[in-house]
Design a protein around this ligand. Structure first.
Ligand code: URA
Length: 240
């Protein structure tokens, strides 16, 4: 419950003072009844509040979620094939949020979900060249030539890929764990790049987007970004 004048001010009707004036002038209704008592408490989720007979919507707070997406979830809000979606994993989130960009059904790792359209737009727009870091388990042992090809650009049929950063994290018997950083976001890009140098991807996990790192968040879990993280993220795409 919150005070009526505070709710109105937060909804952008005016200053706290001018909202008090509106209440005193009898211009505000709660559930169809005029209310002139300052300090009346309202529950914006339940009560219908009107000013000059126009309903006032609760100001939608921006929300920024960091999810560790498991394999086997689609990154869309609905799936025509009825597969589980990343939204199914957000148990306690009541606001409507959208995934920022896409991860393949089989890809794991860092996914940001938000209702902040401007931020989502910029994070996925090629112009802003946001870094996306992946841990990539590939088949075999890429030699220097293959690594250089990945770094310098590969023709994928939809144009040459832009320079990428690639380093070897771990060599195993029949596979190699690479860290690949790309600055664009084409469909299945990392998988296609690795396949093009004959080292198909065995497992793909995103660990960082811009300044935001996945860290130790367990698979299938999510948390809200801290205000410091939101600040850094906004800064990285030129928003205040
Ligand atoms: N590159 C891919 O191939 N798949 C993803 O999900 C993300 C990047």
């Amino acid at each position: 419950m919150e005070r009526l004048q505070k709710f109105l001010a937060h909804a952008g009707i005016g200053s706290r003072r001018s909202c008090e004036e509106l209440i005193l002038q009898g211009k505000v209704k709660i559930n169809g009844k005029v209310v002139t008592k300052l300090g009346t408490k309202v529950d914006p989720d339940v009560d219908r509040i009107e000013v000059n007979n126009k309903p006032i919507e609760k100001e939608e707070q921006n929300i920024y979620i960091l999810l560790n997406k498991p394999d086997g979830y689609v990154t869309t809000v609905k799936d025509p094939q009825g597969r589980p979606t990343v939204i199914d994993l957000l148990k306690d989130i009541n606001q409507r949020v959208y995934p920022v960009g896409r991860l393949d059904y089989e890809t794991e790792g860092l996914l940001i979900l938000t209702n902040d359209g401007q931020l989502a737009f910029r994070l996925t727009h090629p112009k802003y060249k946001i870094n996306k870091v992946y841990e990539v388990l590939v088949k075999g042992h890429p030699d220097n030539k293959a690594l250089e090809q990945l770094r310098n650009g590969i023709e994928l049929g939809d144009g040459l890929t832009e320079p990428a950063r690639v380093k070897i994290l771990k060599l195993m018997k029949n596979s190699t764990l690479l860290e690949v950083t790309i600055y664009e976001g084409r469909n299945r890009q990392v998988r296609r790049m690795c396949k093009a140098v004959n080292h198909p991807v065995l497992n793909l996990k995103r660990v960082q987007v811009g300044p935001i790192k996945l860290g130790k968040l367990p698979k299938g879990s999510y948390r809200l970004l801290t205000s410091e993280e939101v600040k850094q993220l906004r800064k990285s795409i030129g928003l205040r």
